[in-house]
Design a protein around this ligand. Structure first.
Ligand SMILES: Nc1nc2c(ncn2[C@@H]2O[C@H](COP(=O)(O)OP(=O)(O)O)[C@@H](O)[C@H]2O)c(=O)[nH]1
Ligand SMILES: [Mg+2]
Length: 497
């Protein structure tokens, strides 16, 4: 938080309120500066002359006050001031909203005046931090609000507003409740001493029908529900199984959540003249790119943000790829490769009206090298064959292309389209969004950033690695340690530390 603690000469510490411009700096009817902190009312009072109120410190919450902001004797702007006292405000501090005219100059001048009057200038998200520090908003809700303002699609806004309203926070709290119940069940179990520890019971036999032998990795451990059913149906097993399923269901939401907050880079690749720019124009629904019948028209790459089923994509058109001695074209090809390497998905385009040739072969080779350098982070399809969508364009013209050659190289069927006639794009859209669960129920918890995803992955690994220690009676101290670790992970996710 930007709140500054300053030492006075007598050692007394004071806290400056923060002043943040919360509307964009640009032309607009209205601009807003928010002052928030213990002395917010007295700071604004120094520069505000109101009609019908001589001292802003006497102002009441939820009331609007009309007046002017003055800098010395000079009138800066006509404003309406809105007050929310500590307890009523979203930051948990006294808040004064100064609503002035929009435009860079007026806003900046008022912001400067407020700083001169004793506020500390800060970016608008410092207000969220203040709100979080005063327990008005948990960390997840703060993260969600920051993403709401950056959201690219209506669907993104809907999902993120739900997370801001507490959908994910509640799911994490539910996880913490289950963890607490496991702790209680473990205590009960350990006081009864009713069964022999797993390690003794199955020592050396390695053929327990219920629990596989202890492993360091998670790979050999089947999903918990499978081996909890078989006989270990005591309370602890059931609760651990419930927690594991809860974590798994949260992890399943991460690819959608992260795609909503950071647009997927979608590169369109193909030899010159296959119709890449035409495909993009059709997807965009307007003639925004240069389409030319001479091969190699797109010299540089052009990118556009688009929404398909509410998922934002950065769609990148590239220069056609082929061997060339032309310096400019060679540079374009280099740029194309750069784009391919930063992409999450690639639409590989081939021309139905021309036979498969060396240039098409070059495209397949580029895709192969991309697959090899792919970033295997488990989350996106990046570096996965499924991240490549083969498209055969110009299907309105007689077929000369060997389609099977492409389909067998890319191990999947191709989408056949005709970009000039805007035909058969539904299948392409379906392929682009099939990895995301776009059927969304209101207030569904969604993991929407890498921090949350990594923490839940950590919890998933921990519970799967050590589940048998949790279930085995007698291993209680180790079990409690695991429970504490799980609690720490969930708490960090919720509270951000
Ligand atoms: N018949 C036919 N022509 C197409 C189709 N798609 C693109 N074209 C034409 O192919 C030429 C090259 O298209 P363009 O999009 O510039 O190709 P790029 O070099 O891959 O970007 C243009 O004359 C387009 O009108 C299609 O589906 N059918
Ligand atoms: Mg082009």
């Amino acid at each position: 938080m930007e709140r500054i603690h300053e030492s006075k000469e007598d050692g007394f510490i004071e806290c400056k309120p923060i002043a943040s411009i919360v509307t964009p700096l640009g032309e607009g009817g209205i601009g807003k500066v928010i002052v928030s902190g213990p002395d917010a009312l007295s700071v604004v009072n120094k520069v505000f002359q109101g009609k019908g109120i001589d001292d802003l410190r006497k102002a009441m919450s939820y009331k609007l006050y009309y007046g002017y902001i003055f800098d010395g004797g000079q009138r800066i702007d006509e404003v309406i001031v809105n007050i929310a006292k500590k307890g009523d405000s979203f930051t948990g501090e006294d808040v004064v909203e100064v609503n002035c005219h929009g435009g860079i100059r007026v806003l900046m001048r008022i912001h400067e005046c407020l700083q001169f009057a004793g506020a500390k200038g800060a970016a608008w998200d410092a207000l969220l931090l203040q709100s979080y520090e005063n327990n008005k908003m948990d960390f997840i809700r703060k993260e969600a609000l920051l993403e709401v303002v950056r959201a690219r699609t209506r669907f993104g806004v809907k999902v993120l507003l739900d997370q801001n309203a507490g959908a994910l926070s509640e799911a994490l709290k539910k996880g913490l409740e289950i963890i607490e119940k496991i702790r209680q069940a473990l205590h009960k179990g350990s006081s009864r001493h009713e069964t022999i520890p797993y390690t003794e019971q199955h020592k050396g036999e390695g053929k327990s029908p219920l629990i596989p032998p202890c492993k360091n990795g998670i790979s050999n451990i089947p999903p918990l529900k499978k081996w909890c059913k078989g006989g270990f149906s005591d309370e602890t097993s059931v609760l651990i199984s419930a927690l594991s399923e809860h974590i798994e269901s949260l992890l399943e939401t991460a690819s959608l959540g992260m795609a909503l907050t950071s647009p997927q880079v979608l590169v369109i690749l193909g030899k010159p003249n296959v119709g890449k720019s035409t495909i993009i124009n059709t997807i965009l629904g307007e003639e925004r790119m240069i389409v030319h019948h001479e091969p190699g028209t797109t010299r540089d790459y052009v990118s556009e943000l688009i929404s398909i089923e509410g998922i934002p994509f950065e769609l990148v058109d590239t220069a056609g790829m082929r061997d060339t001695s032309d310096k400019l074209e060679a540079l374009s090809i280099e740029l194309t490769l750069e784009q391919v390497h930063r992409s999450d998905k690639v639409i590989a385009v081939f021309d139905n009206s021309r036979p498969f040739d060396q240039e098409d072969e070059g495209i397949l080779n580029t895709l192969n090298s991309w697959l090899k350098t792919g970033n295997f982070d488990n989350l996106s399809q990046k570096g996965d064959m499924k991240a490549i969508i083969p498209v055969i364009n110009k299907c309105d013209l007689p077929t000369k292309l060997n389609r099977l050659r492409i389909e067998s190289a890319l191990q999947q069927s191709a989408c056949c389209i005709s970009a000039v006639n805007s035909n058969e794009f539904e299948e392409l859209h379906r392929r682009l969004t099939e990895e995301f669960d776009t059927v969304y129920k209101p207030m569904k918890p969604i993991l929407f950033n890498r921090r949350q995803y990594l923490l839940m992955t950590q919890a998933d690994i921990l519970i799967k690695q050590d589940a048998e220690c949790l279930i085995a009676k007698g291993g209680t101290s180790k079990a409690l340690q695991i429970i504490n670790e799980l609690k720490d992970i969930f708490t960090s996710c919720l509270k951000g530390h």
